[in-house]
Design a protein around this ligand. Structure first.
Ligand SMILES: [Zn+2]
Ligand SMILES: [Zn+2]
Length: 384
């Protein structure tokens, strides 16, 4: 009999009259009504929760749509900026490469003409007449010698001919330290393993010229002795002497003397020595930073733009600095800020401009090249 009673707790003595589908309990009329009300209120609550949750996820999704639009705009703007930057760098490279090839072509033409006009033709005329004076003999020999000497200019800057390195154009981060196999080939006998880790950490004050090194680079009387002194001095440094210090010391020595001949000796004699210490990795900005450190620490005030242009051209022309690297550094201001950067950048602008101007000037240059070559032969470094 008890099994027919209402299952409500605490105990109800009424007979069962219905089964609740929600909890499978058998309840009396009173309790089933009560229970139904409870179930209905629970149902309402659940429905409300569903609606609330639905509203919530809709709102959240709407927010992501807004963010998506913002990010999409940012990404597209970034792409446009990078493409523009790459375009500019590409243009600079192209201008430089083309102007360089044009210069080489002009040089070749001038030398061919010189050889023909001053050697081949006079000799041909003379041989026909079966007489050759010692004066002509000497003249022709002199011309051949001169052409041979100037033919050294018929070369690409070895740094320029290195393939444009992918890392050199990295646009999303500061340049990483990478040494490619071509660097190893170029500088197999590299004396120093110093490389500058990152431009962000550059402190130009740290790269001030070393007094001892300045005085050794300034030695123009006993150059060979001084060279070996420099090598052993740098070798003794612990930790390894940073390249920028070597560069700034070299420039300080050159800047210190007012004697043009002494300046020329310093450049001519010590450049090859310095080259041994340079890493030539496209991502190692040591040489450039050394040049900046020279300007920063020596507080150069007079004609600093002209001085910077001349120094950069000298380093590029003498295979101590990759022109691509200078262009890259110049075009990537936002990434490579350090104290003294802005000043260096302003000073570098005329150099970058000169890369473009070279192309325009080449035609005029061709006309005066002959005298130019002769002048350079006498005073190879006086332009600096
Ligand atoms: Zn129930
Ligand atoms: Zn009951």
């Amino acid at each position: 009999m008890e099994t027919c009673l209402c299952e409500e707790v605490p105990k109800c003595t009424n007979f069962q009259s219905a089964i609740c589908l929600h909890c499978n309990r058998r309840l009396c009329l009173l309790h089933i009504t009560e229970h139904n009300q409870f179930v209905f209120s629970q149902y309402q609550q659940l429905t409300n929760e569903i609606e609330k949750m639905s509203q919530y996820i809709n709102n959240e999704y709407e927010k992501t749509r807004d963010v998506y639009q913002t990010i999409l705009t940012d990404v597209n703007n970034w792409r446009a900026r990078q493409l523009e930057k790459i375009g500019e760098i590409y243009e600079s490279h192209l201008q430089y490469v083309e102007s360089r090839q044009e210069t080489l072509s002009n040089t070749h033409q001038q030398l061919s003409e010189l050889l023909d006009r001053e050697a081949r033709q006079p000799l041909k005329v003379t041989t026909d007449q079966n007489m050759i004076t010692s004066r002509l003999w000497n003249h022709v020999q002199e011309i051949i010698k001169r052409v041979q000497h100037d033919s050294a200019q018929l070369k690409w800057n070895s740094l320029m001919s290195m393939a444009l390195n992918r890392e050199c154009l990295s646009i999303n981060s500061s340049p990483k330290q990478v040494s490619s196999s071509s660097d190893i080939k170029v500088r197999r006998q590299k004396t120093s393993s110093y490389t500058l880790a990152s431009l962000r950490q550059v402190n130009l004050r740290k790269f001030r010229p070393f007094k001892r090194l300045v005085s050794m680079f300034g030695n123009v009387k006993n150059v060979e002795h001084s060279k070996s002194e420099i090598v052993s001095y740098i070798g003794r440094q612990n930790p390894e002497m940073p390249i920028p210090n070597i560069i700034s010391s070299f420039l300080a020595a050159w800047n210190r003397t007012t004697d043009v001949n002494e300046k020329n000796v310093i450049l001519k004699e010590y450049t090859s020595l310095i080259r041994n210490y340079i890493s030539f990795s496209p991502n190692d900005f040591s040489v450039l930073v050394g040049i900046h450190a020279f300007f920063f620490n020596k507080r150069i005030e007079e004609c600093k733009r002209e001085l910077m242009t001349t120094i950069l051209h000298f380093f590029v022309d003498n295979n101590c600095l990759n022109v691509n690297q200078v262009i890259y550094w110049f075009k990537n201001k936002d990434e490579n800020v350090y104290k003294g950067f802005d000043g260096a950048k302003q000073m570098t602008a005329p150099f970058i401009k000169s890369l473009w101007m070279n192309r325009i000037d080449n035609n005029q240059q061709a006309a005066v090249m002959q005298t130019d070559v002769e002048e350079r032969e006498k005073k190879p470094f006086e332009s600096l």
